[in-house]
Write a new protein. Structure first.
Lengths: 331, 648
């Protein structure tokens, strides 16, 4: 977890004022206010998956690769979150979170915000209410922000400890979930209109509507969980540029089943094994091989222009970077 | 109201100030360098929403690329690969605008954040403070061109009080040669001035010195006006017609037969008058033609003596052989010869304190003038001049000096401007305001070089002319090479397409690089204007003047070649009496010398009598027809007697 001393912005200052009003005795945190969360709090792991294209995992050269191949994506979806530690009350961290999501559609090769669904931006206070005295009304004029209790009991009925790091992790997870919720809402809205294929940054399996729609394609850049083991792992890690793995089915618990495959976007020579490697998710279909080839061509067509200066440019498409820049500007 | 086309932005690195602000627009917005915009502030100041007017002076465009190398890498070093990219990079159009006006004007604050709109016609009037002089009952606006941006067409007006005085005055125009912008702009502006100059401010006329080419020679002939120009004329309320009152003045050629002008085609001679001066006129401006080396204190004293005591007076002196009345160069030369002969006879070295060497030197220099300015200065003293005292309202008087030697040009300029000034001081010129147009100011009022009489006169007009109603419209290719006080006193400056070298001189440092680039690429018919009411330069379009252009005129009315004296006289007199024929001229002039014929013609042109034939014929001395002596019959010698023994 990284703490960034970026200085409070206007929203953070408003959050602090609200907290000071409702919770006397808090201490403002003037340094190290922004928390840059890791991609996920999960541990890296390998998982097996059911192969649906042939019987064994293979590297497959994608046919029809050329410089002028066209992308079928009509829009990009991404979400963003900001986690700010704005104050503490006797050692208890008080978190302010901003979550947002947007669809940027491509018109005449330029990206613009989707007109049917405004970008979603939500401001919330993430507070461990169990360890705080009763809080008064958190409102200044018309500004009234919701409060999320980060100390609710889990499925086993256990409450989190008062360890500040645990409370911080709880807040980050809650903000993460809020961001995913916004992404799913906006993706469902897109899919319900049966619009052109949507490039979703991340998986599509959380929402049943999205996971079953031909309109949505998920592209995952992080590989905390690799859906291959043993020989299959070696095949995936040694994929050449413009090669993909066989299609397999991903059926996580509490999520929806989708088809997926790995795709090497850039030559990994001289780089780490995950360089330029993405995992693509699509809804289940009868002809996974042809569909995977087609979508792989679209994803490869999105590798220009480069997403530089973003450090994840080897895996990130420019459309996703555009969404991130947009959300950074409005939230 | 238009839709907003941009938003004001400011960062710590690029903040807005009271005189400058930044805004971005959509990629396809019609904003460009020179566009006038309006910012509507979001927060009221003293209860008023601030409106800020600005003109775009710089533009920036960039993408989210951090390094050009990223683009190279992204396209594998192949530029054509960029066209295959599914998405174009996010791109910004960021503009910097200079503030023209803030409303309310106090308190003067940095430009606030707000929406940016394309200025409409009413906005342009407010932005340029034209609302102050276009008001009902006090309208002193003179249309100079049309400002165009997006869908806005707004007439830009100059304030007559700041163009012709008394508040400020004078106009200077700069631009490269060959685009016809400078002359065309002045012709158009004179037409506009004559149409819109307020009646209550009195009469106005113009004197234009045609110093090169035939551009000003066809001001009374209609030119080609295209449809787009017609719309501009209509928008600005000026009729697309040539000038109705134009008179041309030109000296004769050295031979004295025909007028030394591009406009000497017979079909155009009806309003062309000769410009000739005699000794009296020239001596008043002797210092124009005599440089410092020529005219030392002694020579100056002798010239003064001649002016005071000899010119136009009965002059006698013991040293002279006879009484002299000096009225022409010929008379003066005779007087000099008599003085020098008398001194030789007396073997004296000085006469009336003037040394013989000084007398010879002054004689030499003054006699030389009639040679150097042949065609303008007459030996006979005949004067044909501009109609000082009876100048007509809305008339243009063109003095064509294009084909003359530099000395003659200087003399003409100095004398005419001095006369104009004298008459305006006495308020008896005939008009209350007079515009004098001089091209090639680089030559007549250079920033460096000798302090000539002509330059002193131009400085005098520039600095004091506006109090008299004498206004200088000047033009040149290189403004940086003109005397600073001449261009500095020009309240209004126009700029056509400019040379890059000229733009790099210090006088243009106030312009942004983008404005300079625009200036260097201006089309024909476009100008940049600086005027006392405008806090920033404004770009406008003006229509092609509705007069025949020089090149077209020269083709349609070719310059007449040098002709015989008879034909020259016929051409000169026929506009006065169309019944005059060449045989008649030849019959009348057959017995006389060229000088006598020229003198008769000049006198007739000057008098413009009712009966031209009779007047012309009366100018010749009577010559009794020579009768062949009858040879007397020789007396016959006596015949020899028939019976003469010696006869044969």
């Amino acid at each position: 977890m990284q703490l960034i001393n970026a200085g409070p912005d206007q929203a953070s200052r408003t959050a602090l004022r609200l907290l000071m009003q409702g919770l006397p005795g808090i201490s403002e945190i003037k340094t190290a206010v922004e928390i840059d969360p890791p991609g996920t709090l999960d541990q890296p792991q390998l998982r097996s998956a059911q192969i649906v294209e042939g019987s064994v995992m293979r590297a497959r050269k994608i046919p029809g690769i050329s410089r002028d191949m066209k992308s079928g994506f009509g829009a990009f979806l991404d979400g963003a979150q900001k986690v700010r530690l704005v104050a503490q009350h006797r050692g208890v961290p008080l978190i302010f979170g901003v979550t947002s999501a947007v669809v940027r559609v491509r018109i005449n090769r330029r990206l613009t915000t989707w007109g049917h669904q405004k970008p979603k931006v939500e401001y919330k206070l993430y507070l461990p209410l169990r360890y705080l005295p009763p809080i008064g009304e958190l409102a200044i004029g018309e500004t009234k922000w919701p409060v999320v209790d980060t100390t609710r009991a889990d499925a086993n009925g256990d409450y989190p400890s008062a360890h500040p790091q645990v409370l911080l992790d709880r807040a980050i997870r809650a903000i993460d979930q809020q961001r995913e919720l916004l992404e799913d809402q906006i993706a469902e809205s897109w899919c319900s209109r049966n619009e052109a294929p949507l490039f979703v940054d991340g998986g599509i399996s959380r929402s049943a509507v999205v996971a079953s729609s031909r309109c949505a394609v998920g592209v995952i850049k992080s590989h905390r969980t690799l859906y291959v083991e043993d020989d299959a792992l070696r095949i995936v890690l040694n994929l050449g540029v413009n090669e993909r793995s066989s299609v397999f089915k991903v059926s996580p618990r509490a999520r929806n089943s989708v088809m997926s495959w790995y795709l090497r976007q850039r030559d990994a020579d001289g780089h780490d094994p995950l360089w330029g490697l993405v995992r693509v998710e699509m809804s289940e279909c009868d002809n996974p091989a042809e569909r995977a080839d087609e979508i792989s061509r679209w994803v490869l067509a999105e590798t220009t222009p480069l997403a530089l200066p973003d450090g994840r440019w080897d895996k990130m498409s420019y459309g996703v970077r555009d969404c991130e820049e947009f959300l950074r500007a409005i939230s | 109201m238009n839709e907003a086309l941009g938003r004001v932005v400011a960062t710590e690195r690029k903040p807005n100030t009271p005189h400058e602000f930044h805004f971005w627009t959509a990629i396809d917005s019609p904003v460009g360098i020179g566009t006038i915009v309006r910012v509507d502030g979001a927060q009221p100041v003293d209860g008023h929403i601030p409106h800020i007017y600005g003109i775009v002076v710089e533009g920036f465009s960039y993408t989210d690329l951090q390094s050009p190398l990223h683009d190279v890498l992204g396209h594998d070093g192949s530029p054509s690969g960029a066209s295959f990219a599914a998405t174009e990079r996010a791109e910004i159009r960021l503009y910097t605008a200079a503030v023209l006006r803030q409303i309310p004007e106090e308190p003067l604050q940095p430009v606030p954040m707000g929406e940016v709109f394309l200025a409409e016609e009413e906005d342009v009037q407010v932005a340029l403070r034209m609302d102050g002089y276009l008001r009902e009952g006090g309208n002193t606006g003179i249309p100079v061109g049309v400002y165009r941006a997006g869908g806005t067409d707004a007439v830009i007006y100059l304030d007559a009080d700041f163009l012709l005085g008394p508040e400020a005055a004078h106009l200077n125009i700069t631009g490269v040669s060959g685009l016809a912008t400078k002359t065309s702009a002045v012709e158009w502006l004179l037409a506009s001035l004559f149409s819109h100059f307020p009646e209550e401010k009195g009469s106005i006329a113009a004197v234009a010195f045609n110093v090169k080419g035939p551009d000003l020679c066809y001001l009374d002939k209609p030119g080609r006006v295209e449809e787009t120009d017609e719309k501009l004329y209509e928008k600005m309320g000026v009729e697309p017609k040539p000038f109705t009152q134009v008179e041309y003045f030109a000296p004769y050629t050295a031979k004295g037969f025909s007028l030394n002008t591009f406009r000497n085609n017979e079909a155009l001679l009806d309003n062309v008058r000769p410009l000739t001066w005699g000794l009296r006129e020239v001596l008043q401006f002797a210092e124009v033609l005599l440089n410092k080396d020529d005219v030392d204190a002694k020579a100056d004293a002798l010239i003064d003596f001649i002016k005071e005591n000899v010119l136009d007076k009965e002059f006698s002196d013991p040293v002279l052989s006879k009484k002299h009345r000096v009225q022409s160069f010929a008379d003066l030369d005779a007087w000099f010869r008599d003085v020098l002969s008398g001194m030789e006879r007396k073997d004296g070295e000085s006469w009336r304190t003037h040394h013989v060497a000084t007398i010879r030197k002054v004689r030499n220099r003054l006699s030389n003038i009639s040679t150097r300015c042949a065609g303008l200065v007459t030996d006979t003293g005949t004067v044909s001049d501009l109609p000082f005292g009876s100048f007509a309202d809305r008339a243009v008087y063109v003095v064509d000096v294009a084909n003359l030697e530099e000395d003659a040009q200087d003399l003409i300029f100095a004398r005419i401007v001095s006369k104009l000034r004298e008459h305006l001081e006495r308020r008896d010129l005939g008009v209350k305001h007079l515009v004098v147009f001089v091209d090639e100011l680089n030559k007549y009022a250079p920033g460096d070089g000798a302090d000539t009489y002509v330059r002193k006169m131009l400085l005098d007009i520039a600095e004091r002319g506006r109090y008299l109603g004498l206004v200088l419209f000047s033009a040149q290719q290189f403004r940086s090479q003109v005397h600073r006080r001449v261009v500095g006193n020009s309240g209004t400056s126009l700029f056509g397409r400019m040379d890059a070298d000229e733009l790099s001189t210090p006088g243009y440092t106030v312009l942004s690089p983008a404005t300079k680039t625009k200036l260097a690429t201006l089309e024909k018919g476009q100008l940049m204007i600086r005027h006392p009411h405008f806090t920033q330069p404004i770009f406008v379009r003006f229509p092609r003047p509705a007069v025949m252009q020089g090149r077209e005129g020269a083709e349609k009315y070719p310059q007449a070649s040098e002709v015989s004296l008879d034909v020259a006289v016929l051409r000169a007199l026929r506009p006065l009496d169309p019944s005059i024929t060449l045989p008649w001229i030849q019959e009348i002039t057959a017995l006389y010398t060229d000088d006598e014929v020229i003198k008769a013609r000049n006198a007739t042109l000057l008098a413009r009598p009712e009966n031209v034939k009779a007047y012309f014929a009366s100018q010749f001395r009577k010559i009794v027809s020579a009768q062949s002596p009858v040879r007397p019959m020789a007396a016959s010698i006596k015949s020899a007697p028939d019976d003469d023994p010696y006869g044969f």
